[in-house]
Each structure stands twice: as C-alpha cells, then as structure tokens.
Design a protein around this ligand. Structure first.
Ligand SMILES: [Zn+2]
Length: 242
C-alpha cells in the first residue's frame, strides 16, 4: 500500500497557495510527488513509481488537472507509473533530461531487466537540456544535469512564477537524500561526478531550499550542506564509495 504524506512548505512573500503530496510506493520506497497550484486546480507529477493508482487518487480527490510528468531519471522505480498515467490522461506530456530519455524504453538501462520485469514507459514527449529554464503550469523550472547516480539524471529547481526570488523547491531524485546520497555503483555511476555536481549545483542554493528526494524524508540544502556525511561542502568527503 502506498504511503501518503502532505509536505509542509515554507511560506515566503508572494508565494501562491500550493500543495505537495508525497506518494511513497512499494517495493523500493520510491517517492512520487504531486505538486499542485490549488488556486488554479492544476498539478504536476514527479517520478510516478510502482503505485500509480494512489497518484491518480490524489489527483482526482484534489479535483486537479495534471499538466505534465517530470522525471528526474529513468530508473524503473521512478518511471513505472508513466504508462498508467498516460492511459488515464493521454495528452499528459513526459519530460526528462535529454541524456536519460533512452532509459524509458530500454529495460536493460532502466534496471528493470535485473528484476525480471522488462519494464518500459511511453517515450519522452520532450527532452530537457542542462541549465534550461522553462515555465510550466504556473511554475518556473531550472534544469540541472547532475550525473553520478544515473548518467542523465537531472534535479529540478522549481519556483511558483510569482515568487522566483524565494528559495526553490529542489526535486532531487536519487542525487541527494536526507543524510545520504544516491548509490553510484551502477554501470554509468560515478561518485566523483555525483559529489562535484552536488557541491557545484545544489549546495550553493539558499539554505532554506526544500529538497524533495526520491527516497526518504524531505530535507533542506542548509541541513545537507552542514551535516551530510557523504558529500561535505568544501572538501572531498570520504573516499570513493565504490
Ligand atoms: Zn535511481
């Protein structure tokens, strides 16, 4: 059974009413998120996992119109719900980093073959490049490609379009967790790349920036920059985890 959690978001001047629901799905305890502009009745879905029915229920019970699926990366536990959401809302576009799109349609690369699943997703409708900024459904997005867990993994920095001066929400997938980082022992993994990406792209963000990881509890940039044991702010941290 999926576990649902409403995420508290820090308020700051000019921020419109939002809601953020985390749907943690079995069997990999993967976090899918539904981010809604409650003033508009629209929402976005991040990383739909193995329990899409729970995601659909959150959207329908909120009376929300989904606008897009955004994928941090193409591992199977983050894309397994794409087909069900597309079946329900055929026009819902799938957005993913340009170097990661191939994983959606390749069971070897999305790691499902290793579990005997042969899972594929509908293909990407739009691919995103590093540092691209775009507006979608009342939000401003900035894309940061941070390889190391998966070669085309992106983090999404997200602001409501009326409040781009405030700290962003950071949909971090399997880059950065509360007190941990994503594993780097996959064929396209690299601890040095993951560590330098976190240091150069994420740690400089405002300390109040809310981090929504692909597994585990939310955290903040400030908390991880000062306490994360795997990637510290200024030095090389521990030896290569590989
Ligand atoms: Zn992953």
């Amino acid at each position: 059974m999926a576990h649902l959690q409403q995420i508290d978001m820090p308020s700051f001047p000019g921020r419109p009413p939002l809601s953020l629901t985390c749907i943690e799905s079995s069997p990999f305890a993967e976090n899918s998120y539904v981010l809604a502009r409650t003033d508009r009745g629209t929402c976005l879905v991040f990383d739909p996992g193995f329990e899409p029915d729970a995601i659909i229920e959150v959207i329908e019970q909120g009376g929300l119109e989904p606008q897009a699926i955004l994928l941090t990366h193409g591992h199977s536990d983050h894309i397994a719900g794409n087909a069900a959401l597309k079946a329900k809302w055929p026009d819902l576009p799938i957005l993913v980093g340009e170097s990661e799109a191939v994983k959606l349609i390749d069971p070897e690369q999305n790691l499902s073959r290793g579990f005997g699943l042969e899972l594929v997703s509908p293909p990407a409708d739009r691919t995103l490049s590093d540092r691209e900024r775009f507006e979608l459904a009342g939000f401003v997005f900035e894309v940061h490609e941070i390889p190391g867990h998966s070669s085309g993994h992106v983090a999404f920095l997200v602001w409501p379009e009326e409040a781009t001066d405030g700290p962003p929400m950071v949909f971090a997938g399997d880059i950065l967790f509360r007190g941990s980082i994503g594993r780097t022992d996959f064929p396209d993994g690299s601890f040095p790349m993951l560590a330098s990406g976190i240091r150069e792209r994420l740690y400089p963000l405002p300390e109040a920036s809310l981090v929504l990881p692909g597994h585990g509890e939310p955290t903040t940039i400030g908390h991880e920059r000062t306490t994360n044991p795997y990637v510290t702010a200024n030095d090389d941290g521990p030896a290569d985890l590989n």
